[in-house]
Structure formats: C-alpha cells, structure tokens
Design a protein around this ligand. Structure first.
Ligand code: S3P
Length: 428
C-alpha cells in the first residue's frame, strides 16, 4: 500500500505511544517459561510482538489475549513442547534471537523461520555462543534462518564478553544460561537496553567500564504482573516532528524512559530541542513520563558514538532532524544499522537524497549538511518494507511543499499500527 503524506502547517495534540515492542516480547517470553500464570497489561498489537505470541502458542504455551491484555499460563522451563510446524518469527529479529536462546537452552526440537528480511539477517552472532554453551543450533550457511534446534546433553555456563553492543545477543545468551547448572556471565562494555535483566531480576555487578550479568537454572523467573510502557522508539518520531514544525505542540503520555533507551532525547537536547519531561513515575519495573514537545531552532551536532547503542532504532529519524539543523552533523560508529530490517544507512541515504538533502553516507554513519530552511522535494520514498524507514520518511515529508508518497507503508504495523492515524490526528 502507498501512503500519501501531505505537507502539514503544524502538528498539535495528545498521543499515547504504542506499547513498547522490546518489553512486550520479553514479558511474553519470560511469562511463558515461568511456573506461574502472568498477566501482561498493555501488550503490543503490532506484528512483531504478535509473532512472539504465535510462536509461544506453537510451543504449547496457553495464552489468552483480550485486546491489549494478555494472560499467559507459564509452561515452566521444562514445559515447552515440540511444535508441529516451523516457528514463524515473521519480520521479528527479537522473536528469533531471544526465542532461539530459550528453545536451544531447553533443547526443544524445532525450526525457526522468518520473512525475506529476517532470513537475510545474520544469526551467526547467536549461533556461536549458544553452540559454545552446548546448545544444538544450526542455520542455513551457518548464519541464516531457517534455524534448526535439537536436544542437547546439557548447557554449560561460560563467561561471554559481548562482541557487539546488542541487547538481542546479550538476551539470547542469558536466556540459554537460564538452562545451565553453572552460571553464564555476560560482560558488556557498552551498555545496551537492559529490559531482560530488569524484568528477570538477574544479578549484575559493575565490571570495568560496563557490567557483568549472570543467569543460571537457579534463577527463579519472578512471578509478576507486567505493565508495558509506551514505546520510546515510536515516540521518537513525534519528538522530531514536534521539533521541526513551527507552532507544534505535541504531548505524549506514558512514554517509556528507561535510561538505556533514551539517548535520542539527549541527542535532541544537545541539538537544542524543547522537550519537557513531566510527571516521571514507574510502570511495573520501568520508568515512564509524559513528554511535551514544542519547536526549536536545531543546531548540528557530532553524535557521540558511545550513545549509538542507546539510540540505535531512533537514528533514522534523528537523521531527519539533522537535515533541519543549522550546520553539518555527523554520525559514526553506527555500522550495526546495516544489519537491521534493511540496511538502514543505505535506505536512509536513498530517502534523504530523494528529498534533496545534502548528505554523505559513510561506512559506519552519515554526514548531514543541515539547513533550518530545508524544504524536502515532494518524492516517492521507498520504505524497503522497513517500518522505521516508512515512518522517518513520513516525518520528513510533512515539511515538504507538496504531497509525497511512501511505498509499502503498511510495514509500519510491524511496530506502530496506529502511526498513520496518529499522524492524521495531530496534523493541522
Ligand atoms: C532490540 C534490540 C536492538 C533493536 C531492536 C530491538 C531488543 O537490536 O534494534 O529493534 O528488543 O533487544 P540489537 O540488539 O540487535 O541492537
């Protein structure tokens, strides 16, 4: 489906961001291997977290879903059953990588498949450590889905320094570790999102510049009611949209504010954005707040590469903000963007060039020569079926002089099914 985005005069209104994708996945996965019945409030209806629920059902987990409220009857670590068909992870890297940690740890015979995009993303990063721990997991050409998982003779603990700042990899190893008698110790020197250790109450301690996190069979999956906060990564589109439109006033309710997720807020603040953080509080084990965004004269920045892991999903829309900032901005240390749902450096480079922005794609980032008066050319923007590309292009197009088109716009349903309705609702 093609979505037409008309230029807007301004953006005004109050939105509730969709439930957090990362926390939805984790709450379902952890509830499934607990011995208790768990309630998840505000579970995401987006395609990716729904893939996780479907896979868990295939593994024999009883799940009752009433709109955003999900009840999961935990099967326990030993209670997952062999599925009769391949587990279909759809487009979801988090489903495939985290669930692989669980099924390989449990030794459930199964295979895991994904769509064309997921099948082209490397799984070698999880296959290597899980194999080293004694799990039996293999992939096409040693690196890609379909993955095949077979029973094993026992999971061994190990100390694992994370070779990439990836929360999916960290979580996959820690989840496999939950099936081993000896502890598995994951060492991360650059901190990635910490929802797994937070929700599972895993023991951790400072280690060098980062931390060491442990998991083993003796960790009890905590019985809890999960409350999923609003997704900061979805909110980021409005943080940028509100910053670049004269007269804008956008309020976002109950937005997740986990410190390991909100580097984009820091980046926008460094650029001079006007974003008020109000009413900070906790929802379950996660911090949330209400955000108020009004426009600002943005200035260019050199993005600190150490912030990249904590704004990895927000970098595409930050690139849009940089097009409207005064001066040349630079992003480096973001090579991981090439391994997302699509190569996001190449995809954003194509989108921004079609808009007429002055940019240079580099191996691990981008140089963006911004201009507060920039008016994107009306264009046809390819999303490459990547939800974050479609949404970043849409925010860009709202500053155009006439109508643009976003191709394959339905892909926003991967993380934010209400995106187009929300854009309409606040467009003036
Ligand atoms: C996620 C981690 C990030 C992120 C993805 C969700 C998670 O991926 O890009 O959208 O829920 O753990 P990496 O861990 O590969 O960086």
């Amino acid at each position: 489906m093609t979505e037409y985005v008309a230029p807007v005069k301004t953006l005004k209104g109050k939105l509730v961001p969709p439930p957090d994708k990362s926390i939805s996945h984790r709450s379902a996965l952890f509830a499934a291997i607990s011995n208790e019945k768990s309630l998840i409030k505000n579970y995401s209806q987006a395609a990716d977290p729904q893939s996780t629920l479907a896979c868990l059902q295939q593994l024999g987990v009883v799940i009752d879903q009433q709109d955003n409220q999900v009840t999961i009857y935990g099967a326990g670590r030993e209670g997952l059953t062999e599925p009769t068909a391949p587990l279909d992870c759809g487009n979801s890297g988090t489903t495939m990588r985290l669930l692989a940690g669980i099924v390989a740890g449990a030794g459930v015979e199964c295979s895991m498949v994904g769509d064309a995009s997921l099948s082209a993303r490397t799984m070698k990063r999880i296959i290597a450590p899980i194999t080293e721990m004694g799990g039996h997991i293999s992939g096409r050409d040693g690196a890609y889905a379909p993955l095949n998982i077979r029973p094993h003779k026992g999971i061994r603990g190990m100390r694992y320094p994370l070779p990439i700042a990836s929360a999916q990899l960290k979580s996959a190893v820690l989840l496999t570790g939950l099936f081993g008698e000896e502890p598995t110790e994951v060492v991360e020197s650059v901190l990635s999102r910490d929802h797994t250790e937070r929700l599972l109450d895993l023991k951790s301690e400072p280690y060098g510049t980062g931390k060491l996190i442990r998991s083993s069979r003796s960790d009890v999956i905590p019985a809890q009611t999960y409350t999923v906060p609003g997704d900061f990564s979805a909110a980021a589109f409005w943080l940028v949209a509100g910053s670049i439109h004269e007269g804008a006033e956008i309020e976002l309710e109950s937005t997740g504010m986990n410190p390991s997720r909100i580097a984009a807020l820091e980046v926008l603040n460094q650029m001079g954005a006007n974003i008020a953080v109000e009413n900070p509080r906790s929802e379950g084990k996660e911090p949330v707040a209400d955000l108020k965004i009004t426009p600002a004269e943005l200035k260019a920045i050199k993005l600190d590469p150490s912030l990249v892991p904590n704004c990895i999903d927000e970098l595409p829309v930050l690139m849009v903000a940089m097009c409207f900032a005064d001066g040349t901005s630079s992003i480096s240390g973001a090579e991981e963007l090439r391994h997302k749902e699509t190569d996001r450096l190449s995809a954003m480079s194509e989108i921004l060039k079609r808009a007429g922005a002055s940019i240079e794609e580099t191996e691990d980032g981008m140089l963006i020569h911004g201009n507060p008066g920039f008016t994107p050319k009306p264009a046809t923007y390819p999303s490459r079926h990547d939800h974050r590309m479609a949404m970043a292009a849409a925010i860009l197009a709202t500053r155009s002089a006439s109508r643009s088109q976003i191709e394959d716009a339905e892909c926003t349903a991967i993380s934010y099914p209400e995106f187009w309705a929300h854009l309409n609702q606040i467009s003036r």
